[in-house]
Design a protein around this ligand. Structure first.
Ligand SMILES: Nc1ncnc2c1ncn2[C@@H]1O[C@H](COP(=O)(O)OP(=O)(O)OP(=O)(O)O)[C@@H](O)[C@H]1O
Length: 428
């Protein structure tokens, strides 16, 4: 009997995990581990949860809940696994305690950043097959899975897709890093990938700083948590920063003659999980100034001045000429930090302006009018979990057993079988 494929997408900030065929992952937890400070010591206290100190560790939110007694660390930096031992422990807990499955009975889909080395892929395969004895393994490239999710997602009408349909530009912005990946026929054009060292975590820190600068009283224990909630709940991308400021500064007078601040200001009430105390915070300009980082990165990072539309345009322009039209016409958003309202509209407008300017110059120079390009930036229902959802659809497809590397193959040929992971079998 074929049991559902397990899909685990380990991101810099968050891990999404669940079973293929579902719309959403079953668990979304921080990619963090809290390890015992008393390694090697045998615990004897009756109150100790674990007798074996090697098992005295926590992952995800539980890791942060135990930071007083354990050392918490993140495992992935800029998409790359930094600590393999910690990763293995994280997977162990994820598989047995969260997903509660017997790995030898399931096929697994793990994800990797596009420029991952073959050695890293082999290491993943070794751990999965040798430690967990999984039934099968497929290591999907995150950008390709995000495109796959869009093609086969809930809004898709395209029933018969092939490798050639997997073309477009994926903008993946999560917690730690933002990437722009041009993908042609299912393959990431490696030399044209662009990396931006700014993402959700930087916006959160900026919002926190801005709230404090405006004099809001933020309890230091929950400061980052509050800023993150404010960002996720009230953040949006504006059309024009100056006009947006004016909207916030516009005051009105109510019936009793009292001056009221603009209704653009919002109130956020936070209840501390530790003390139970509530704090009320006025949320103002940071609502649009935080997400503005994508278009005016100099607000946040002194040395980074290229706006996202310039980087996307540059990535596409450096791709082979015959792929560019598809890359402009299918820009796909992936990751939590692309969820801001109107992010897609502003990005589309600014990239379209760049394309139109280039066309005008070409026309003036040659006197010829090329066929226009309509830039399309699509937001979709599965954007936050696009990579995971791509894995979910792939893992439940009929052709998945043909592309998944089996345990028998691994035993016969070793970890090098996992170096290549095409989304479609040959001749599809
Ligand atoms: N509705 C929202 N609006 C804005 N930001 C959001 C929203 N929901 C989540 N985020 C932000 O998205 C980020 C997490 O996104 P995601 O889970 O895609 O990251 P990740 O995969 O862990 O990171 P990376 O892509 O860097 O490896 C966090 O910074 C979170 O605050």
């Amino acid at each position: 009997m074929n049991l559902a494929t397990v899909v685990i997408d380990n991101g810099t900030g968050y891990t999404k995990m669940g079973y293929a065929g579902n719309m959403e992952p079953s668990y979304l937890i921080p990619t963090a581990i809290a390890d015992s400070r008393q390694k090697g010591a045998t615990k004897v206290s009756n109150q100790t949860e674990f007798k074996n100190p090697e098992l005295d560790f926590y992952i995800g939110d539980e890791a942060y809940a135990h930071q007083k007694t354990h050392d918490v660390k993140t495992i992935i930096r800029s998409g790359q696994i930094e600590d393999w031992e910690a990763m293995e422990k994280f997977w162990h807990r994820a598989i047995y305690s969260y997903l509660r499955c017997e790995p030898e009975e399931h096929r697994f889909i793990l994800t990797e950043p596009p420029m991952n080395t073959p050695e890293n892929r082999e290491q993943m395969a070794e751990i999965m097959f040798e430690t967990f004895n999984v039934k099968g393994l497929f290591i999907g490239v995150q950008a390709t899975l995000a495109l796959y999710a869009q093609l086969c997602g809930p809004e898709s009408t395209n029933k018969s897709i092939s490798q050639a349909d997997l073309s477009g530009t994926v903008i993946d912005s999560g917690d730690g890093v933002t990437h722009v990946f041009p993908v042609s026929d299912g393959f990431v054009i490696g030399s044209c990938v662009r990396h931006i060292p700014l993402a959700g975590r930087d916006i959160t820190k900026f919002i926190l700083q801005h709230l404090r600068d405006r004099g809001e009283k933020i309890p230091s224990d929950d400061a980052l948590d509050i800023a993150q909630k404010v960002k996720e709940r009230y953040g949006y991308v504006c059309k024009d920063v100056v006009k947006e400021y004016q909207k916030f500064d516009k005051k009105t007078v109510d019936e009793s003659g009292r001056v009221q601040q603009s209704n653009k200001f919002k109130k956020y009430t936070h209840k501390s999980a530790v003390t139970g105390e509530t704090t009320e915070i006025d949320v103002g300009y940071e609502r649009f100034l935080g997400p503005e980082m994508f278009f005016h990165p100099e607000f946040i990072h002194q040395d980074w001045r290229s706006p996202l539309d310039e980087i996307v345009d540059n990535a596409i322009q450096s791709s082979p000429i015959d792929t560019r039209r598809k890359l402009y016409e299918n820009i796909v958003l992936s990751g939590g930090s692309t969820l801001f309202t109107d992010f897609d509209n502003r990005l589309k407008k600014q990239i379209q302006e760049r394309v139109d300017d280039r066309f005008k110059q070409y026309q003036q120079l040659t006197g010829q009018a090329p066929k226009p390009i309509n830039v399309n930036v699509s937001q979709n229902m599965v954007q936050r979990y696009a990579v995971w959802f791509g894995g979910s659809v792939l893992g439940s497809s009929d052709h998945f057993p043909k592309i998944c590397h089996s345990r028998e193959d691994y035993m016969e040929r070793g970890p090098s079988i996992c170096r290549h992971n095409p989304v479609f079998p040959a001749g599809f």
